[in-house]
Design a protein around this ligand. Structure first.
Ligand code: NDP
Length: 278
């Protein structure tokens, strides 16, 4: 039976360290959070970000912008925050109105203030092993892997999902540890090859957003399983992996909720602290 790989205890340790780092700075780091419209989807994220920030001594500045704001106005607001030297990190809350493309917005935040680590420059630096700020979810996954004590060198690691903010940057971070990385995506599934790849995985990381996509019986004996997926089924939240069955085979498995989630917000704060140090 797998050991539970829970995010909260790891997050706690990292928070202690960040709190100390903030105390050692002679300024209070400031995170500016931009929300467009009455965004119900962002409410719980904003609440947990504010709480995490304030507990660490980071100032959380909330900017609620009108629902009808144009992309140009939003960009100009971001640029104001870019030139405000009292602001160290900027985050744009999702979801945005459908007429505003989030991907094209991330490039307008100064790379030095990119709290989410998703600016093309910061993503590009990962390729060269030089990035100081990492995208939050991939960074959270790397912290979880560290906790298992697994040596990734030469391991068969399968990442399911190839989004710009999770799967792709994560694959680069894993390559940096000399893992043998396979990235699966919709094409892999449509070619009927997902099961074959998952069965090979000594470490499996799934970030898709489809409940039950990964069958428990596909999990290799003693594999480490990290389930990033978040799916609402009625009043329950589940991941992408069939948990019960997978837990019988894996050596470690993240619960959903309670695995990756609690660490993601800490990684956001770590980026803000790094930005403040600069
Ligand atoms: P995206 O929707 O951007 O990406 C999903 C990825 O899954 C895409 O690469 C997509 O490929 C791929 N995909 C879709 N269907 C299949 C399939 N049948 N088989 C294999 N691959 C498939 O989502 P994100 O990367 O932003 O997030 C992924 C999941 O992780 C979501 O559930 C999200 O809620 C969760 N999440 C959790 C976080 C946390 O803190 N716990 C943080 C961030 C995300 P293609 O684009 O080619 O269709």
């Amino acid at each position: 039976m797998a050991k539970l790989l829970e995010g909260k205890p790891i997050a706690q340790g990292l928070k202690e360290s960040l709190k100390y780092q903030v105390q050692c700075l002679n300024i209070k780091p400031v995170l500016a959070s931009i929300q467009v419209g009455e965004n119900a989807g962002a409410v719980s994220y904003v609440k947990s970000q504010r709480q995490a920030a304030e507990n660490l001594g980071i100032v959380y500045q909330m900017y609620k912008l009108a629902d009808e704001i144009t992309k140009e106005e939003l960009v100009s607001f971001i640029q104001e925050l870019n030139s405000d030297t009292s602001v160290h990190g900027i985050i744009i809350q999702m979801p945005l109105p459908s007429r505003i493309d989030y991907k094209s917005l991330s490039q307008f935040i100064l790379p030095e203030k990119d709290a989410e680590g998703i600016h093309p420059v910061n993503i590009g630096k990962i390729l060269f092993g030089q990035s100081k700020v990492l995208p939050c979810t991939p960074a959270a996954v790397m912290e979880l892997l560290k906790e298992t004590g697994i040596d990734l060198y030469g391991k068969e690691v399968v990442v399911v999902g190839h989004s710009e903010i999770v799967g792709k940057p994560l694959a680069l971070l894993l390559l940096d540890k000399f893992a043998t990385v396979t990235i699966c995506h919709i094409g892999t599934s449509q070619a009927g090859k997902l099961e074959e790849h998952v069965r090979q995985a000594e470490v499996l990381i799934v970030a898709v957003g489809k409940a039950g996509l990964i069958k428990g019986e596909w999990i290799k004996d003693s594999a480490v399983v990290i389930d990033v997926g978040i799916n609402r089924i009625g009043d329950k939240i589940v991941g992408d992996v069939e948990f019960e069955e997978a837990a019988k085979r894996a050596s470690w498995i993240t619960p959903v909720p309670g695995g990756v989630g609690p660490l993601t917000v800490v990684m956001l704060m770590r980026n803000v602290v790094e930005a403040a140090k600069l």
